[in-house]
Design a protein around this ligand. Structure first.
Ligand code: PEP
Ligand code: MG
Length: 581
């Protein structure tokens, strides 16, 4: 049994056989060979290297002929790499010294070469890393190790391990085959974490190097509540986790009974409780758990979950499906928030050093109007089917808000001129997720119909901490007093102007933090579907007075750790059932 700690990002526990996906989505088990077979394994490697060398030479010749020597030299460089004496010696050492299979030796050695090149932080050398991985793939193909994707051949639901998983790769995981996952990289607020919650897959990220300890097919546990991965657990540990799973199922069944009860405090103050979704199919779970509406529809996942670019009609169909299913309940459609860790297949920006501070979100939409306009048209068209509201992400300046609103007007006029059915009078709001938006909120608020605080980004931009970076995960805290002050200020301005404000960042899905938000004056929360009944339970267990007391006390603290400790303490008094056991 071996245990690793990481960042818990999606609650729940998964127990099952391990499958390892590498960056390309294939798995190379860590296998050893008998001493007697070492020579044969070495011969397999030599044959694979010779075959790849022949292919590279053919490619070099034909490419040089068609496209000139400078393009053909890409393959000459790969050939040189393939014959690098250090590489050859290292591969031989893995096979003859450590008795690894040729497949595993190739995967290990080439990956560590590629990582070493990437660590040099030089864009040119990072490209060479890609060459190394290209050669690796070809060698593995020759060795017969990558003829299929491992998920396709799984016979029982498994726990997926990977160095990294992008939000779109996560969205593409087949839930009938994957029951949970863990990655070496990733931070607490990244979108991979958000998709994992949407898929209700227990997940741990940011573990650091551990994949070489995994033996494919052995039983493992991913504990998404505590951020623990256990390889090959002993019987006592397994039994304890099985009992925990049973308790969780019982708790969820009890919480499900709250679905149809109103979301209000014990003294009758209504707290609107909506859901965040990434995909239309999530609406069913929102309705069965009693969501008051969709408080955040992350539409960029329409781009991230498909190979081709969605058309206006694709947008329209997805939105209409959600709006119709919600039967008149409000649906807040957020315009594309592409960029940073959410990249589509079309390169929308040159290589950026700091993509979180770069051409992301509304900035990217305003610069790529061929992307933005079809989406706006689709939203106005889908609005005829229900209560649709439009929201812009990551608004930083008044200029951006005005430009975006102007584009909505232009698109509305076009649709009316074309005689296309649409609604042009829908409420328009903005996300409050950068400090400048809070600081200028008294101005922004005159030009919007509603506000939604995105704590995921507000934390990132207030504390200068990348939400997807495991190295600074300890700094990424929505309970940080600086963040709380910004939220309080936003609530006060919204109240003074009678503009509805909700909190849709992940912070609101934590029952204890939800009580704090209510104490700060928030009356609308939007949470992932799986958190709906949990948060409702917390709301129904307290009075507004108790929430205010919590907030008053919390605002005297100086550090996130103090805040969270106090909040857990209060939650265990007020709603002990919600404290994980
Ligand atoms: C947020 O930033 O809090 C938010 C809800 O948006 P996203 O997580 O999609 O960036
Ligand atoms: Mg955001």
């Amino acid at each position: 049994m071996e245990q690793f700690h990481g960042i818990p990002v999606s609650p729940g526990v998964a127990i099952g056989p391990a499958v390892v996906l590498d960056d390309q989505g294939y798995s190379i088990p860590r296998c050893h060979v008998a001493l007697a077979d070492v020579a044969a394994e070495h011969d397999r490697l030599v044959a694979a290297v010779a075959a790849v060398a022949r292919t590279l030479e053919t490619n070099r010749e034909s490419t040089s002929r068609r496209l000139g020597d400078s393009t053909g030299s890409i393959f000459a460089a790969q050939l040189q790499m393939l014959h690098d004496p250090r590489l050859t010696a290292e591969l031989q050492r893995k096979i003859t010294g450590s008795q690894h299979t040729a497949d595993y030796a190739v995967s290990q050695v080439m990956h560590s070469y590629a990582s070493a090149l990437r660590r040099l932080n030089n864009p040119l050398l990072a490209e060479r890393a890609q060459d190394v991985l290209d050669i690796e793939k070809q060698l593995l193909q020759q060795l017969g190790a990558v003829t299929h994707r491992p998920l396709d051949s799984l016979v029982e639901p498994s726990v997926a391990f990977s160095h990294n998983l992008t939000p779109s790769e996560t969205a593409g995981l087949d839930r009938t085959k994957v029951i949970g996952f863990a990655t070496e990289t990733g931070g607490p607020g990244g979108h991979t974490a958000i998709v994992a919650k949407g898929l209700e897959l227990p997940a741990v990220v940011g573990i650091g190097p551990f994949l070489d300890r995994v033996v494919v097919g052995t039983r493992v546990i991913v504990d998404g509540d505590r951020g623990i991965v256990i390889l090959d657990p002993d019987q006592a540990t397994l039994d304890e986790y099985e009992r925990g799973l049973l308790r969780r199922r019982e708790l969820l069944a009890r919480l499900d009974q709250l679905a149809d009860l109103p979301s209000q405090t014990a003294d009758g103050v209504a707290i609107e409780l909506s859901a965040n979704i990434e995909f239309p199919h999530e609406v069913a779970a929102c309705l069965s758990r009693g969501a008051d509406g969709i408080g955040l529809y992350r539409t960029e996942f329409l781009y991230l979950s498909r190979e081709d670019e969605p058309t206006e009609q694709d947008h329209y169909e997805a939105y209409s499906e959600v709006v119709r299913a919600m039967q008149g309940r409000p649906v807040i459609i957020r315009t594309l928030d592409l960029g940073a860790d959410k990249m589509g297949h079309r390169p929308l920006a040159e290589y950026e050093h700091n993509p979180c501070l770069g051409l992301r979100s509304i900035r990217l939409s305003l610069k790529n109007q061929d992307l933005f306009r079809p989406q706006l048209r689709a939203v106005l068209r889908a609005a005829i089917h229900g209560d649709v509201r439009l929201m812009f992400p990551m608004i930083t300046t008044l200029g951006e808000l005005r430009q975006a609103r102007m584009l909505v007007n232009v698109v509305a006029e076009d649709l009316e001129e074309e005689g296309v059915g649409c609604r042009t009078d829908i409420p328009i709001g903005m996300m409050v997720e950068v400090p400048s938006a809070v600081l200028m909120l008294d101005r922004f608020i005159r030009e919007v119909d509603f506000l939604s605080v995105g704590t995921n980004d507000l934390v990132q931009y207030t504390l200068a901490v990348d939400r997807s970076n495991e190295y600074v995960a300890d700094l990424y805290q929505s309970s940080d007093p600086a963040v709380l002050r910004l939220i309080l200020r936003a609530v006060e301005i919204a109240d003074a102007h009678h503009v509805p404000l909700s909190v849709c960042g992940e912070m609101s899905s934590n029952p204890a933090r939800a009580l704090l938000l209510i104490g700060l004056g928030v009356r609308r929360l939007s949470v992932p579907p799986q958190a709906l009944t949990k948060v409702k339970k917390a709301i129904r267990s307290v009075t507004i007075g108790q929430c205010r007391e919590i907030a008053e006390r919390v605002m005297t603290f100086e550090a996130a750790g103090e805040v969270d400790m106090y909040l857990m303490d209060r939650l265990s008094d007020l709603a002990p059932e919600l404290i994980p056991t």
